[in-house]
Design a protein around this ligand. Sequence first.
Ligand code: NAD
Length: 266
Amino acid sequence: MKIGVVGCAGRMGRMLVAEILANKGCELAGGTEMVGSPAIGQDVAVLAGKPESGLQVGDDAGALMAVADLVVDFTVPDATAAHARQAAEHVAAMVIGTTGLSAEQQALIHALARKAPVVQAANMSVGINLLLGLTEQVAKSLGDDFDIEILEMHHRHKIDAPSGTALALGDAAAKGRQVDLAAVAQRVRDGYTGERKPGDIGFATLRGGDVAGEHSVIFAGEAEQIVLSHKATSRAIFVRGAIRAALWTEGRPPGLYSMRDVLGLT
Ligand code: NAD
């Protein structure tokens, strides 16, 4: 499989390029960056700390999609939306890890998924995808007398909050309780908030240092708490998950798939 990496100079992008070059099951088709990026024209592999590949970083994702079987996208929501639109034109498969997409941007991904296989997950790690299932199950078993709070911490460079994974965990808890997350989510608390509303699902966000990603789902009852936690100590788990997802799409019909589909957890 020939895989292209859009946003190849980013933290995830560089690691994805290195993983594709190391994986015998796939080949690097090339990489792009945003128009005006100092990375344009540099060797994609050298940027990722690998020997020269002869592939230069470009700024035309459409041209990359014309030569790649699949494109991996860990960029920013605006870019991912534009890439999804271009992939629909080229009927190119995608693996999407970008978080913080609006409903409008998400609609473009649904449109692409009608034409090509797309794997989208706010978190590509095996552990978090297990945690999603456990969260749904515990929320279903415990009922409303346990308050659900979701706590997350990420590195200082993260630009969206709560994290896509925290929201996915909230969604899993809401699903377990058979409610709509949007109706019960408390994403921010500040000042005179009044008492906690029964049934709310609360979020708390911490940012600092180089934390790759920590998430806890707290079920707080009277005189007892259950806490489900996951700590990522390296972004390598997301990178390996993304490449596994890419290879999994081979021969799949068009559709929007989750990492839980890829891991056989659904
Ligand atoms: P980053 O800022 O280091 O990298 C993003 C890159 O995208 C940058 O190099 C930027 O120049 C590039 N970019 C922006 N616009 C572009 C365009 N139009 N065309 C091509 N490239 C463009 O960020 P990061 O830490 O690598 O994270 C990227 C995204 O991935 C974030 O949304 C983050 O939350 C998400 N993420 C998801 C997972 C997961 O498992 N799903 C794991 C880690 C990070």
